[in-house]
Ligand binder design. Structure first.
Ligand SMILES: Cc1cc2nc3c(=O)[nH]c(=O)nc-3n(C[C@H](O)[C@H](O)[C@H](O)COP(=O)(O)OP(=O)(O)OC[C@H]3O[C@@H](n4cnc5c(N)ncnc54)[C@H](O)[C@@H]3O)c2cc1C
Ligand code: SF4
Length: 517
């Protein structure tokens, strides 16, 4: 048995790491429990084979699909969580995402808070995570009370040309918001070297604004903050009333340990947070902790995404490709009554990465084909919102393992977005320069295991019958339990989720600080 902490935070990713950062200055005693370790700095960080083909930084976890078939989820257990590997595209949700949106397959529900409620926290999150951007270029973007702390990352020539062509065609390309520590004006001082190994790779030079580097490391050595790595939380215990979490059960080095804290914040990622709550069932919470509404684990979302490599005869020498975004189809247009989603760039293709992403299509392809493909590709990432469907859910079995049942939604919208991209490519002249008479697209739908954008298993709301958390992200049914990762999302929008998780963690952090004052 160990000392009592003021706050125990489970998980050190976008949610948990940022929450710790928000609370540390209070002087309260904070314990961070992280099942992973620090990600090693090594040459493999920037090598596509270990990263994409061998999956060196993917957990060895086994999850099961709806039929009980096992698979290896693409989750990352390190200090910093998924942000160690993320592409650092740090988007705000659009104001319209906070309201109800009609989609082809149903309704994306309104959030209990508005864009205006989140705006100050988005601004603070952008300052903390050093986001580079240029507010005002994207017509779907909400107002910013503060400008981005850093100017937008410049386009390399090929991307600038595409952006110019798009603007000439009446589109509204914008500089994508990037969380990288790049100082373009003073390159000798820049931590970021603007390399091709950002999206999906760890940053070997620690220049990516991830939760480890930005939020957790600066706290190490502070007397009131303790980080335990290799500490997998398996269960939460409550008092007899069921209203208070009294013990956090940890498996560490093969031993069972129990930690005590006045406040407990679960931030283990959407699937694992649900797992912890479901595996904590007791007499007062027979269906799992905080699960009287039967909502824990439900409404799992992870975006309807496509990665598309558009090939042409012209070489694409871009190194850092994630600088461009297009939201012209984010909401309904005059030609299509539903939101189709966000178009952005993904990290530059290389032969090994392509092999890792879609082994069944490329594994047997001769090497030169993949290399050629990669050298001539312009690589796009298409995101369509998926809906919070109750049947899309995380459950656990008698051994505590995660079972993930998921059917995609809004496939028609995703296809529509793909069609719009094809028009864009033709418009930007790529077809004319193409090896083939028509553009050739390598279309890589992300399978179930690619749960990078997982969200929504413990949604927040005002009605305990339909939500797990209240608007402060405290469990309706417990007095000292919070969930502060992407689990709280009632809908996911069609932009990348991390900045919203970060902003929310800062928001909840202030609430917890006030509560403890
Ligand atoms: C390859 C990749 C690219 C991405 N690109 C982008 C992007 O460009 N922009 C963007 O916005 N988002 C991106 N994302 C998604 C983004 O990283 C996540 O949305 C975000 O990190 C989620 O934050 P979180 O706090 O919910 O979970 P995480 O950041 O995953 O943190 C969860 C933490 O909990 C720990 N943990 C899990 N279970 C336990 C347990 N039982 N006990 C203790 N600790 C536990 C994990 O080890 C981890 O540290 C990407 C993700 C991936 C994988
Ligand atoms: S682009 Fe910059 S932040 Fe990204 S991996 Fe390279 S050096 Fe790191």
């Amino acid at each position: 048995m160990t000392e009592n902490y003021d706050v125990i935070i489970i998980g050190t990713g976008a949610g948990g790491g940022t929450l710790a950062h928000a609370l540390a200055a209070s002087g309260k005693r904070i314990l961070l429990l992280e099942r992973g370790d620090f990600l090693p700095r090594e040459m493999d960080n920037w090598d596509a084979k270990p990263v994409f083909v061998d999956g060196k930084y993917i957990s060895k976890d086994t999850w099961f699909d709806r039929d009980g078939k096992s698979f290896q989820p693409q989750v990352h257990y390190f200090v910093g969580g998924a942000t160690k590997l993320y592409g650092a595209a740090l988007y705000r949700l659009r104001p319209g995402d906070f309201g109800e949106l009609k989609h082809v397959d149903g309704i994306s529900p309104a959030w209990p808070l508005s864009y205006e409620d989140f705006e100050p926290w988005y601004s603070r999150a952008e300052q903390l995570y050093q986001v580079h951007g240029n507010a005002g270029e994207d017509p779907t973007e909400g107002p910013h009370s503060e400008p981005y702390p850093w100017p937008a990352v410049s386009h390399e020539p090929r991307l600038q040309q595409i952006s110019d062509d798009l603007a000439k065609g009446g589109y509204h390309p914008f500089h994508a918001p990037c969380g990288i520590m790049l100082n373009e004006e003073r390159r000798p001082e820049s931590l970021c070297i603007r390399c091709a190994w950002c999206d999906g790779y760890p940053c070997m030079v620690h220049a990516k604004a991830d939760a480890d580097i930005i939020a957790v490391r600066p706290l190490l050595g502070q007397p009131n903050v303790t980080l335990l790595t290799g500490a997998e939380v398996t269960q939460l215990e409550t008092d007899d009333s069921g209203r208070t979490v009294t013990g956090v059960v940890v498996s560490r080095d093969g031993n069972r340990e129990v930690y005590r804290g006045d406040i407990v914040a679960v931030s283990a990622g959407a699937a694992n947070s649900a797992k912890i709550l479901l595996n904590s069932a007791n007499d007062k919470h027979p269906n799992g902790l905080a699960n009287g509404s039967d909502q824990v684990g439900r409404n799992y979302m992870f975006h309807n995404c496509k990665a598309i490599a558009a090939l042409c005869t012209e070489k694409n020498d871009t190194v850092y490709q994630k600088t461009l975004g297009i939201n012209d189809f984010y909401f309904a247009t005059k030609d299509y009554e539903y939101p189709a989603g966000n178009i952005q760039m993904v990290g530059k293709s290389n032969a090994e990465a392509m092999r890792g992403e879609q082994p069944e299509k490329t594994w047997f392809a001769p090497e030169w084909t993949l290399s050629d493909t990669a050298r001539h590709s312009v690589d796009w990432w298409l995101t369509t919102e998926d809906l919070p469907v109750p049947e899309n859910r995380v459950t656990t079995d008698k051994d505590g393992n995660v079972h993930l049942t998921y059917s995609p939604t809004n496939a028609e919208e995703a296809d529509r977005l793909c069609e719009e991209l094809k028009k864009i490519l033709n418009h930007t002249g790529m077809a004319a320069h193409h090896v083939f008479r028509k553009n050739f697209y390598m279309d890589m739908d992300i399978p179930l295991a690619g749960c990078a954008h997982q969200a929504g298993t413990c949604r927040f709301g005002t009605d305990p019958a339909t939500s797990v958390l209240d608007t402060d992200c405290k469990a309706h049914e417990l007095d000292n339990l919070y969930v502060v990762d992407t689990s709280f999302f009632p809908s996911i929008g069609a932009v990348n989720p991390a900045l919203t998780a970060i902003a929310n963690a800062m928001r909840v952090g202030e609430h917890i600080r006030n509560r403890m004052a």
